[in-house]
Ligand binder design. Structure first.
Ligand code: URA
Ligand code: SF4
Length: 304
């Protein structure tokens, strides 16, 4: 139903086109001087899933398209395994220009550029955002560690996030590859959670107007008939449609929780859990950083 509405009067594609044009002429930060092409992002303006990497690598800088190198091919495989098509999702990066010599973008560059990402998220309004790798995750939820968060579902700032390891990390580390291949399948649950959240936000926004006899219809249930949801669970339906069918069939939980899979109960437990995760991740990151230093001029390897 949302898709049909957007076809009729969907300014999202125009808004995105304007943003792409703005990025193409952007000189807000020093990365403009060394880029070949800006890499604003690409995909469906009505995507329900948005993947966010750190920044363009060599292949992306040459082509102006995100995730087209080796890591991109692996990301394509992961998306196809859902099954879903790359054209159905949106793929963006935190910074839109390649940092020279594949270095990490600097704080100031991220600060300058991230407003574009913020706008993309607003325009596309996806059900789920998938930060890829620790740098992207760090922009959304700096308190989380990537290997501990891979494939888990979080609510943050009225958005559902499901972080995944960076695909390039999966190319180098068989354990990470397995974690990515497994983790991506939790997107179905994440989409379901995205639908619940959207529904809750809608319910919260409903202000009863005195004397109004016809209640506003919840957009999730408005045009859904039992046959529709049954049809949606068939093999022809998309992952999003299947999740919508499940959402319709169940009562959404009322608890707006942080980590839905492993939910610590008290503040102390949350702090202890975060501390534990941080210690594990810091050790892993140190090992990964060491491994990274061995890789010369391989952009794919520097992102995870
Ligand atoms: N790595 C990223 O983080 N983004 C890309 O677009 C390509 C590789
Ligand atoms: Fe502009 Fe972002 Fe490119 Fe910097 S990285 S020049 S802020 S588009």
């Amino acid at each position: 139903m949302v898709a049909e509405e957007s076809k009729v009067e969907n300014p999202a594609s125009e808004q995105l086109a304007e943003l792409v044009a703005e990025v193409a002429g952007c000189h807000k930060c020093p990365l403009a001087a060394t880029r070949k092409k800006t890499v604003p992002g690409e995909g469906s303006p009505t995507a329900e899933i948005m993947f966010v990497g750190e920044g363009p690598g060599r292949d992306e800088d040459e082509t102006g398209r995100p995730f087209v190198g080796r890591a991109g091919k692996f990301l394509d495989e992961l998306i196809a395994s859902l099954p879903m098509r790359r054209e159905d999702v949106y793929i963006a990066n935190i910074v839109k220009c390649r940092p020279p010599k594949n270095r990490d973008p600097e704080r100031a560059e991220v600060d300058q550029c991230s407003d574009y990402l913020r706008q993309q998220i607003e325009i596309i309004d996806p059900l789920v955002i998938v930060p890829l790798g620790r740098h992207a995750l760090g922009w959304f939820m700096p308190e989380l560690r990537i290997t501990q968060s891979n494939g888990k579902i979080f609510r943050n700032d009225n958005r559902v996030l499901m972080p995944l390891l960076h695909p390039s990390s999966g190319l180098r580390n068989p354990e990470h590859k397995r974690m990515l291949q497994e983790g991506i399948h939790n997107l179905k649950d994440a989409i379901l959670e995205g639908i619940r959240l959207r529904n809750e936000i809608y319910e919260r926004s409903r202000i009863p107007i005195e004397g109004q006899h016809e209640p506003t219809q919840n957009p999730l249930t408005a045009d859904a008939e039992p046959e529709t949801s049954e049809a949606n669970s068939g093999s022809q339906s998309t992952v999003v449609e299947q999740a919508e069918a499940v959402a319709l069939a169940e009562t959404p939980p009322s608890d707006p929780t942080v980590n839905l899979f492993e939910r610590p109960q008290t503040q102390d437990e949350i702090q202890a859990e975060l501390k534990r995760q941080r210690a594990i991740e810091e050790a892993e990151e140190a090992a990964e950083d060491q491994a990274e230093k061995l890789v010369v001029d391989d952009r794919q390897a520097s992102f995870f």
